[in-house]
Structure formats: structure tokens, C-alpha cells
Design a protein around this ligand. Structure first.
Ligand SMILES: [Zn+2]
Length: 300
């Protein structure tokens, strides 16, 4: 039989233990066992595909869908220069392609599109004609007050039509877009490309509708043992808003498409199944209201 003093000590020790257990940071062990090789049978939503004009001849639409089939990519978010590439791919395989509208065409490119004459009308006409579910991927290289009128219109258009914005930029333009239209849903291309986790994490904390595709960040993520600790913490915390992507902006990316998807499966394999599946396809299912599974492989 313990004395009252013993019991008090025991209660105190239990309380202390509870505090310790509940305040432990999320570590690899707490996150659960990694999915490992089983990632190979998880379908992928590729959130960053372009089907630009130089790809049309060496990579006809059948070949592109064939590459997706071989890589277990069930569905892809596609934007192209010009937009005809996206429409060709979507018309060939509407069940596999989520089209989004890239502003670039003719002389309008990444550095002048936001001040290009007639751009707003062009965007509106294309959105009226085709079922794009986003505007982008477009670049905002720096904050230019002369871009503001069109960016304001584009942000409004996206909110009105309930479609996403896909932007390749640093953190400041993302903040600007949310200032213009707080109701936006944004996919941040390449998670800011060169922005470090110390910037990307707080951005995701600040904006609950901000998502990110991790294309071109595979090397940063895998620069650990095996995963960079800062990226690992960010990925575990924001698994519900990240996606993978290949960014087929030049044909070299198509040449290596299966390798790029394999590299994404590699980093995902180090995370628990729930986290890996969210990033591989479940976040896209929610964002684009689709059903994504391996059953789509081999279909159009
Ligand atoms: Zn891109």
C-alpha cells in the first residue's frame, strides 16, 4: 500500500509523462511506417504538364497518354503554349486530362503576357469555349504595378468561374494575388521554385487555399538522409495541399517522363501511405472533383 505522498508522486509523474508525450515534435517514427515500394501501385496525378507546340510532332497525343499509362499517371493538369496543345490532348483523352488555360500564345509570353493587348478578351473567349479548370501556369517574375490591372481581372475571373490559378513566382506575387482576391484557390508552381521551406511553410500556414506542386523540387526534397528534414516537416504538416508534377516545358522532360515520375515516387516512398496518397492523387481528386484510380490507366 502506498502512502498519500507516494500516490501524489505517482500522479505527478503521470502528468509529467503526459505533457512530454503530447508535446513531442512529429518525427519519422510518429508519422508511421513509410509506404516504401507499395508507392509503385499508387496512381499519380501529374499537376504540372505542358504540351507545347515543339512536342506535338515528336510526342503525338497517343504517345503522351502512352507515357502516362507506362508511369501509372492516371490524370494530369495540362497547360500549353499555345492553348491548342492542351485542347488537343483533352479532346483525345478527356477522362485523363484536366485542362487549364495558359495565357501564352503568339507574341505573348512569360514576361509580357500581363500587359499584352487584348489578353483579357483572349482569356475570356477561351474560357467560354472550353472547360478549363484553371488559369495558368503563368509567370509573375516580379511585382510590376503595370501588371496590376490585368492580374486584378484574372483573379476576379478565376473566382467568378470557381477555377484555380496556377502561378510560377516567388512568395510576393502570391501574396499580391490573395490581396486582390482573397477567395482565390492557388496552385503555387514548384512550391515557389527557389523559395526555401522557411518561406513556403509560413505561406501555406497563412493561406488555407494555397496549394503547391512540387515539380523541380525533387532534388531539394531528396537532399537529406533520405529526406531533407525541413522539407520532411513541411510535407507532413501540409500533406493535404501538395501535389507532384513533371513540368514538361521542353521535350527533354518528355524524353525522361518515366524517370521524372519514378523520382517523385522515390521521395513519396519515404512517407506514410496516407501522406503519400494525398500528395500522389487525393488532393487533386478533391481540388478537381474527380475520381482517380489505376482503373484509368489504358483509358481515354
Ligand atoms: Zn511549367
Amino acid at each position: 500500500m502506498g502512502s498519500t505522498k507516494d500516490q501524489t508522486m505517482k500522479t505527478l509523474a503521470t502528468a509529467l509523462l503526459m505533457i512530454c508525450v503530447t508535446s513531442l515534435p512529429v518525427s519519422a517514427d510518429d508519422a508511421g511506417p513509410p509506404i516504401g515500394d507499395a508507392i509503385k501501385s499508387v496512381p499519380i496525378f501529374d499537376a504540372h504538364v505542358h504540351y507545347k507546340e515543339p512536342a506535338w510532332s515528336p510526342y503525338p497525343v497517343e504517345t503522351v497518354i502512352g507515357l502516362m499509362d507506362k508511369s501509372g499517371v492516371a490524370m494530369a493538369l495540362v497547360s500549353s503554349t499555345p492553348d491548342d496543345g492542351t485542347i488537343m490532348l483533352w479532346e483525345h483523352a478527356p477522362g485523363r486530362i484536366v485542362p487549364e488555360l495558359r495565357p501564352y500564345h503568339g507574341a505573348a509570353g512569360s514576361s509580357n503576357w500581363a500587359q499584352f493587348p487584348g489578353m483579357y478578351d483572349y482569356l475570356k473567349q477561351r474560357l467560354d469555349k472550353y472547360p478549363h479548370e484553371g488559369i495558368g501556369e503563368f509567370h509573375i517574375h516580379s511585382i510590376d504595378p503595370n501588371d496590376r490591372p490585368l492580374l486584378t481581372q484574372v483573379a476576379k475571373l478565376a473566382v467568378e468561374r470557381q477555377i484555380i490559378i496556377h502561378v510560377h513566382s516567388g512568395a510576393a506575387p502570391v501574396k499580391l494575388l490573395y490581396d486582390l482576391e482573397p477567395g482565390l484557390t492557388i496552385i503555387w508552381a514548384h512550391a515557389g521554385m527557389s523559395e526555401p521551406p522557411s518561406v513556403v511553410g509560413p505561406m501555406l500556414d497563412s493561406y488555407p487555399t494555397l496549394h503547391a506542386d512540387m515539380s523541380y523540387r525533387e532534388g531539394d526534397i531528396l537532399r537529406g538522409n533520405p529526406i531533407d528534414p525541413a522539407w520532411r516537416a513541411l510535407i507532413l504538416k501540409h500533406a493535404d495541399r501538395l501535389m507532384v508534377g513533371t513540368d514538361t516545358w521542353v521535350n527533354g522532360q518528355w524524353d525522361n517522363y518515366q524517370g521524372l515520375i519514378a523520382e517523385n515516387r522515390e521521395w513519396l516512398s519515404h512517407f506514410p501511405r496516407e501522406v503519400a496518397e494525398q500528395i500522389a492523387f487525393r488532393n487533386a481528386e478533391r481540388l478537381f472533383k474527380r475520381k482517380i484510380s489505376m482503373d484509368l490507366i489504358g483509358t481515354k
